[in-house]
Design a protein around this ligand. Structure first.
Ligand SMILES: [Cu+2]
Length: 139
């Protein structure tokens, strides 16, 4: 505590920041992801890109931000219907590797107990089909 004397009146200041530091209670954070086909052989305008890079997929959104100890729910839809359009949602840091067959919906849940930035990806289309889970410290 700090005291300052102004015109004979003592004013006491307490470090407001230290006493009112935000306390983040763990909560459930739900994300809705879907697969995206950025470049597809089904699109005639993309023939040159497909010839050069193959089909290109992604996740949307591809950045997930949570706090440590949050309960994370990721609801993922694979919107593609072709027989070779299977994907995975693989988050190795958390031991997650889920198959996403065409036209499927998969729900994943876990507790974000490790702080850091962790890459997730599709095992078939990495590194381009990837994203990051950002786990901020609890305080
Ligand atoms: Cu994939």
């Amino acid at each position: 505590m700090r005291t300052i004397q102004i015109n004979g009146v003592a004013l006491a200041f307490v470090s407001v920041l230290a006493l009112s530091a935000p306390a983040f209670a763990a909560t459930t954070r739900t994300f809705y992801l879907q697969t995206v086909q950025w470049v597809s052989k089904k699109n005639p305008d993309q023939k040159k890109a497909v010839a050069k890079f193959g089909e290109v997929y992604g996740f949307a959104p591809n950045t997930l931000v949570v706090r440590q100890d949050d309960h994370v729910v990721i609801d993922i839809r694979n919107l593609e219907s072709g027989g070779d359009d299977g994907h995975t949602f693989t988050l190795k840091a958390y031991g997650i590797n889920k198959s996403l067959p065409p036209l499927s919906s998969v729900k994943i849940s876990f507790t974000a107990d490790k702080v850091g930035i962790f890459q997730f990806s599709c095992e078939f289309h990495k590194p381009w089909m990837s994203g990051e889970l950002v786990v901020l410290p609890a305080k």
